[in-house]
Design a binder for this molecule. Structure first.
Ligand code: 6PG
Length: 472
C-alpha cells in the first residue's frame, strides 16, 4: 500500500524544499509536487530517512495525501498561483485546504478565497519571511483566513517557525487576506529600513571617508547596541566579503541599481488608498525607482554638478550622530507600518492583533530587531495605540535623538547627498506632533478655485465662501 502523508507541498524550489525538510524534522510527513522532475529528484535525494516523498505526477501526489487534504503552495506570486489552483481544483474535494505561502497581493488572496469557497475548498493566504534559512531553520509565519481552518495547521506552523524565548514566531493574523497584508507591510518596513541603512552608508563613506573595513566595524558596533537588528547585522558582514573574480571588496563591484518585486510599492499604494501616511516607506520605494535610472543619473552628473554643488562638509561625531539618527528613523518607520496595519485591520475587518504581529516579527524575519520587544509591549499594554511615537517607551528617545537627525540632515543637505528616507522620517515626526498644520490654506485654495467647501474652527458644518478676489 502507498504511504499517506499529512501535508502536501506544491513548488519544490529552494523555499518549498527547505520548508518540507523543516516540516519533516518536526515530525510531520510531507509529500511534494513539482512539474520539474529535477526538483523532485533533488528533494528525494536529500530526504534521507525523513518521512518525505516527491512526485512529478499530480494524480500520484494527490493520492498520497491524507483527507481532508492540506496543500501548501510555494510558487512565485501572480498568475502562476492562479494556474496552480486551476490545476489542483479538479482533484480537490470538500474541506480540502490550500495555503498560499508566497508574496501574493492581498486582493488576489481575497479573490481566491471567494472563488474556492464556492467549491467548498478552504484557502488561506500566509506570509513567510526569512528566505532560505528561515524556511529551513525557522521563519516568521503570518497566516490569515478563517480561524477554524487555521486551527487545522496551527501546530504545524508553530513547529516550523522561528522561536524567541521559546515563543513561536507564528500567530493568526486575522480574517480574509490579513496574512498577506501583514507580510506586505513587513516588506514595506523592510524597504524603508534598507534605504535608511544605505543613506547611513552613503554619509559614512562620502562625508566620513570610511573604508569598507571601518564600515564593517561601525555597523557591527551599531548592531551591538539597542539598534540590534538582522539588517544591520548582515550589513556589517557585507563589508567583509571579497569578490571571487577580482579580489576587490564585493560591495564595490555591485551596480547601484536596486531591483524590486513590488511588495514595497504595494504597501505605498494601499496606504494611499487608505489615506494613511507612510512617507518613509514611500521615499524608500521612490529611491529604488531613482536608482533604476542609472544611465540618466550618470548623464546628469556632469551637468548638474558642474558648479561643484557637492561642497566639502565635516561633521565631527558623524558615527555617533548617525547611530542616533538611525534609532530615530527606526522608531518612526515601525510606527508608520503599525499605524497602517491598524487602519487596514479596521477597514478590511481583519481583526488583526498588533501585539501579536510585533511579537512574531521578533524572530525569523528580515525586519527582526531588538526594538520589536518594546513594540510588542506597547500593543500588549494598549491594543488601541494609534501611534508608537506617543507611547512612553518611545517618545523620550525621539525627543532626544531628533537633535542628532536634524544635524545629520543639515550636513547631508549642505553636501548635496540625498537622504530622502531620513528626511521623510523627520517630517513624519514633525507633522504628527503639530497640532496645527497649514492645511487651512489648502482648504481655502480648494474652495476658491473649485467651491470644494471647508470646515470651520469655531462651529461644525460645511461652508463655502464667494471669494471676493476675482482673477482676470
Ligand atoms: C522576506 C523578504 C522576501 C522578499 C525579498 C525581496 O521577508 O523574506 O521580504 O519576501 O521577497 O526581500 O524583495 P524585493 O525583490 O522586492 O526587494
Amino acid at each position: 500500500m502507498e504511504s499517506i502523508y499529512q501535508f502536501g507541498m506544491v513548488g519544490l524550489g529552494t523555499m518549498g524544499r527547505n520548508l518540507v525538510y523543516n516540516m519533516a524534522d518536526n515530525g510531520f510527513s510531507v509529500s511534494g509536487y513539482d512539474r520539474d522532475q529535477k526538483q523532485v529528484d533533488h528533494l528525494n535525494e536529500e530526504a534521507g530517512k525523513k518521512n518525505i516523498k516527491g512526485f512529478s505526477n499530480l494524480q500520484e501526489f494527490i493520492n498520497s495525501l491524507a483527507l481532508p487534504r492540506t496543500i501548501l503552495l510555494l510558487v512565485p506570486a501572480g498568475k502562476i498561483v492562479d494556474a496552480v489552483i486551476d490545476t489542483l481544483k479538479p482533484f480537490m474535494g470538500k474541506d480540502d485546504l490550500i495555503i498560499d505561502c508566497g508574496n501574493s497581493h492581498f486582493t488576489d488572496t481575497n479573490r481566491r478565497i471567494e472563488l474556492l469557497d464556492g467549491e467548498g475548498i478552504h484557502f488561506m493566504g500566509m506570509g513567510i519571511s526569512g528566505g532560505e534559512t528561515g524556511a529551513r531553520e525557522g521563519a516568521s509565519i503570518m497566516p490569515g483566513g478563517d480561524e477554524i481552518t487555521f486551527k487545522r495547521v496551527d501546530k504545524l506552523l508553530a513547529a516550523v517557525s522561528a522561536k524567541v524565548n521559546g515563543d513561536p514566531c507564528m500567530a493568526y493574523m486575522g480574517r480574509g487576506s490579513a496574512g498577506h497584508y501583514v507580510k506586505m507591510v513587513h516588506n514595506g518596513i523592510e524597504y524603508a529600513l534598507m534605504q535608511l541603512i544605505s543613506e547611513t552608508y552613503h554619509l559614512l563613506k562620502n562625508i566620513g571617508g570610511l573604508s569598507n573595513g571601518e564600515l564593517h566595524e561601525v555597523f557591527k558596533s551599531y548592531n551591538n547596541s539597542p539598534l540590534q537588528s538582522y539588517l544591520l547585522e548582515i550589513t556589517a558582514a557585507i563589508f567583509t566579503q571579497k569578490d571571487d573574480v577580482t579580489g576587490n571588496d564585493l560591495v564595490d563591484m555591485i551596480l547601484d541599481r536596486a531591483r524590486q518585486k513590488g511588495t514595497g510599492a504595494w504597501t505605498s499604494q494601499d496606504a494611499m488608498a487608505l489615506e494613511l501616511p507612510i512617507p518613509s516607506i514611500d521615499a524608500a520605494v521612490a529611491q529604488r525607482e531613482m536608482t533604476s535610472l542609472k544611465e540618466e543619473r550618470v548623464a546628469a552628473q556632469p551637468i548638474l554638478q558642474k558648479n561643484g554643488n557637492r561642497i566639502e562638509v565635516e561633521n565631527p561625531g558623524l558615527i555617533s550622530l548617525l547611530q542616533h539618527s538611525f534609532h530615530f528613523c527606526m522608531i518612526t518607520t515601525y510606527a508608520q507600518g503599525m499605524a497602517l496595519l491598524k487602519k487596514a485591520s479596521a477597514t478590511y475587518n481583519y481583526g488583526t492583533d498588533l501585539g501579536k504581529v510585533a511579537s512574531i516579527w521578533r524572530g525569523g524575519c528580515i525586519i527582526r530587531s531588538n526594538m520589536l520587544e518594546d513594540i510588542t509591549k506597547v500593543f500588549q499594554k494598549n491594543e488601541n495605540c494609534n501611534n508608537l511615537m506617543t507611547d512612553e517607551i518611545f517618545y523620550p528617545t525621539l525627543l532626544d535623538t531628533q537633535h542628532q537627525i536634524r544635524s545629520i540632515i543639515t550636513t547631508a543637505v549642505q553636501a548635496g547627498i540625498p537622504v530622502p528616507a531620513m528626511m521623510a522620517s523627520l517630517a513624519y515626526f514633525d507633522s504628527y506632533r503639530s497640532g496645527w498644520l497649514p492645511a487651512n490654506l489648502i482648504q481655502a485654495q480648494r474652495d476658491f478655485f473649485g467651491a470644494h467647501t471647508y470646515e470651520r474652527t469655531d462651529k461644525p458644518g460645511i461652508f463655502h465662501t464667494e471669494w471676493n478676489f476675482k482673477i482676470k
